[in-house]
Write a protein of this length. Structure first.
Length: 245
């Protein structure tokens, strides 16, 4: 009799466990649908380019949905009501954002010009906590390998960098001109923020004296340069470091 009782309790506990799993499964699907509907109501732009206030709301929605999804003991309304409240808050902020330029600047910020008329603005770089390496990485993401080809680089409010090349550098495809392209190689950093990149000098079979002679054409020393690069065609780009007051 005792054995039968134990077996019955084991079966009962097993059923309870399976029922709990099933409840969590159904709650997860329901919450997923709610979050999906809310994200769609927030607009298509949320899928890709998030503004700061949109990113904050998206993170909070994910956190609010995960808690009742994992714990069947928490009422599902504890997740749904705050999510709907955030949706209402988002819609209100979006309307304010459209109606008021000042509110838009506070909530989203303003674009920052990192490169202005071909020159890197060091003050803006420091303000936005951007390094020269990060700037070059963003430029390469826009298919610009030589920083000297850039007229303007604008850091948008969503964190993307918009690149406007110099008029003479704007792309005309070789196919349009019926020409066969030549291999261009990659651009190497020779000086970054006053520090000589000796490894890159070795890669192009050059030494410090050669670099010094190249930079002397710009009437500065390598250690005084913010950046010095050389592209696959041997073209040198150099900009002097700004003297801090």
């Amino acid at each position: 009799m005792l054995i039968l009782t134990i077996q019955f309790e084991n079966i009962s506990n097993y059923k309870k466990g399976m029922l709990k799993v099933l409840i969590i499964f159904i709650r997860s699907i329901f919450l997923y649908i709610i979050v999906l509907v809310v994200m769609r109501l927030m607009g298509k732009r949320e899928i890709g380019q998030l503004q700061p206030f949109e990113l904050a709301i998206s993170i909070m929605i994910a956190d609010l949905a995960s808690t009742p999804m994992a714990d069947a003991g928490i009422p599902i309304t504890n997740g749904i009501i705050p999510i709907l409240a955030l949706l209402v808050m988002h819609l209100i902020i979006s309307v304010v954002n459209i109606k008021s330029i000042k509110a838009r600047e506070i909530l989203c910020g303003k674009p920052s010009i990192l490169i202005y008329r071909g020159r890197i603005d060091e003050k803006v770089l420091r303000k936005e906590r951007f390094t020269v390496n990060e700037l070059e990485e963003r430029l390469r993401g826009s298919d610009v390998v030589n920083i000297g080809d850039v007229e303007y680089a604008i850091l948008e409010t969503n964190g993307q960098v918009t690149v406007i090349q110099k008029p003479e550098k704007k792309n005309v495809t070789m196919e349009d001109l019926n020409l066969k392209p030549k291999y261009e190689g990659i651009t190497y950093d020779l000086v970054l923020d006053g520090k000589v990149m000796y490894e890159n000098l070795k890669k192009i079979n050059k030494d410090y004296e050669w670099l010094k002679n190249q930079v002397n054409r710009f009437k500065i020393k390598p250690e005084q340069a913010l950046i010095v690069t050389i592209d696959g065609k041997g073209k040198i780009f150099c900009q002097e470091k700004m003297k801090l007051k």
